[in-house]
Structures are given as C-alpha cells and as structure tokens.
Design a protein around this ligand. Structure first.
Ligand code: PAF
Length: 280
C-alpha cells in the first residue's frame, strides 16, 4: 500500500527508518496529473533503489506570470492510484506554505548559470530558477540516494545535473526515456489542452525532429536543418520558439565538428506549448 504523507516529520521518519535498514531510496518529483511517462520513471527508480518516494507539487515559482499555473490540471485521486500501481511506496504532498515557509517572495533561490539561460530559459525567464529552487527543497526533504527525471525535459535534466554536481548533492541523477503516444507525440500533462483539431497536428513535432536528425546525419548544414525544421512546423500551424541542433551539453556545435547531437523543438499550437527532442 502506498502511504500519502503531508507532514515533513513523517516523511523524514519513514526515510530515516529505510536508511537504518540499509535500503536505497529513489525519488521521482512530479507536478501531478500523472501519465505513463511519469509511471515509467517510478519503474526506473525501482530498478535503481529499494524504496521509491514520489512527490506531487505544482510549483508556483517555475511558472511565468502569463503561464498556466492556476489551470494546470490537478488529479490527486488518479495520481495516487497510478503511483501505487507503478510501485511507489510514499507519495509526498507538500503545500505551498510548507515548501516556502517564508513565502514565495522571500524564498531563497537556487540559480544555475549558463545552461539555465539557453533555449527554454530564454523563452521562459526564471523558469529554471523555480525548478532548481523547488528541486533543492525536495531533495532536502526526501534525502534520496537517486532521483529520476524524464528526458523529454532535456534541458531540465541538464540543469539538474549541473546543480547536483555544483552543490555536491549526494544523489545519483538518472534520465528516463521519453514515452510517446501511438502517433509519436511525447506524453505530457499539457497534451490535454489540445483540441480535436490541434491534437493530430501535434505529432508533427516528432516527424520534424526525425527529419532534423536524418538531415543532420546526412551532412546537411546545421543552419539549413534548423531553418527547414522551423518552416515545416510553421506550415503545420505552429508558432515556433526554437528548432535547433545542439551538442549534448546544449552548446552550439562548431562547423564540421563530429559527435553526438540533440535536436530540440519548442512550439505552440494555439495556446498549448509543446517541447520534444531527439538524441543522436
Ligand atoms: O518536471 C517537472 O514536472 C517539474 O519541473 C519538477 C521537476 C517536478 C519540479 O517542479
């Protein structure tokens, strides 16, 4: 049976008990409205740990003023059932008051320079400060040995890895594979904002990413790959924030430089902003 915990003292007692028994603790932080992508992270955490804690907390500090904080879908009953079925031992449910005891305005912030400023950071100023601030707090609360983050949020994973290395958190960070719908659309809580008309178009992102990968591997210059990606997305009705090919650390590849790449897209269909990526 999963135990739902709302008091930090109870969470600490459970985790301390596990650690006394020599058990390894895994952690999957989420904002709820869980889907197969989240549950695959719980399965992944179970493979790396003996016990798994998952948190559900819609974090106000990572949403911009015109973003969807208030309408972000909240489905607590379904989340609890799904987490239990996925093999989660404890569901940690902090409140805004317990997460930010001095209030959001006076909260100590965690800022990871460099990688936070690129791509998502440029389009969503302050987003990664909010993510790092809440993940730091969650790490301090849960004190896991490992934590799982989805690779769909490629840049978030990169930012968290840098934060963990820089601040010497004794936590192994593991990236989980992207889980997709049948037509290739990456699973996301925001997919449910799509309408009957926009939902079929949303899968274009996956096709464009596959095309960007194939063109890059065939030696097409990066500027053309990116321009073609933007044009194809625009033709399908997207407002494009970026469609780029980067090094695995999100730096810009030099001309003719060989090696691994990641193509990343962020684009809006109506008011629904979607992100996805492909590593090659
Ligand atoms: O990826 C998410 O759902 C959130 O950014 C996270 C890591 C739970 C922090 O609020």
């Amino acid at each position: 049976m999963i135990e739902t915990v709302t008091e930090l003292s109870r969470l600490r007692a459970i985790v301390a008990g596990w650690k006394r028994e020599g058990l390894r603790v895994g952690f999957v932080p989420t904002m709820g409205n869980l889907h197969a992508g989240h549950y695959s992270l719980v399965t992944l955490a179970r493979r790396h740990a003996d016990r798994v804690v998952s948190s559900v907390f819609v974090n106000p500090t990572q949403f911009g003023p015109n973003e969807d904080f208030t309408r972000y879908p909240r489905t607590p009953e379904a989340d609890t059932t799904g987490l239990e079925q996925a093999g989660c031992d404890v569901l940690w449910l902090p409140t805004v008051e317990s997460m930010y005891p001095f209030g959001v305005e006076l909260a100590a912030n965690v800022h990871v320079p460099g990688v936070s400023a690129l791509l998502e950071g440029a389009h969503r100023p302050g987003h990664f400060d909010g993510v790092c601030t809440v993940v730091t707090r969650l790490f301090n609360q849960v004190q896991p040995d490992m934590a799982a983050f989805g690779r769909k949020d490629y840049q978030q994973l990169a930012v968290i890895r840098q934060m963990v290395a820089d601040l010497a958190f004794p936590i192994e960070i593991v990236g989980g594979e992207i889980v997709r719908e049948g037509d290739g659309l990456a699973m996301s809580s925001r997919n449910q904002y799509l309408t009957a008309e926009t939902r079929p178009q949303a899968a274009t992102i996956r096709r464009v990413l596959l095309g960007m990968r194939d063109a890059s591997l065939a030696g097409t210059p990066r500027a053309k790959v990116e321009a073609d990606g933007v044009a194809q997305l625009q033709a399908a009705g997207f407002h494009v924030d970026y469609a780029v090919v980067r090094l695995p650390d999100l730096g810009e590849p030099g001309e003719g430089e060989a090696g691994a790449r990641v193509a990343l897209v962020a684009a809006k269909l109506g008011s629904t902003r979607l992100i996805d990526n492909i590593e090659f």
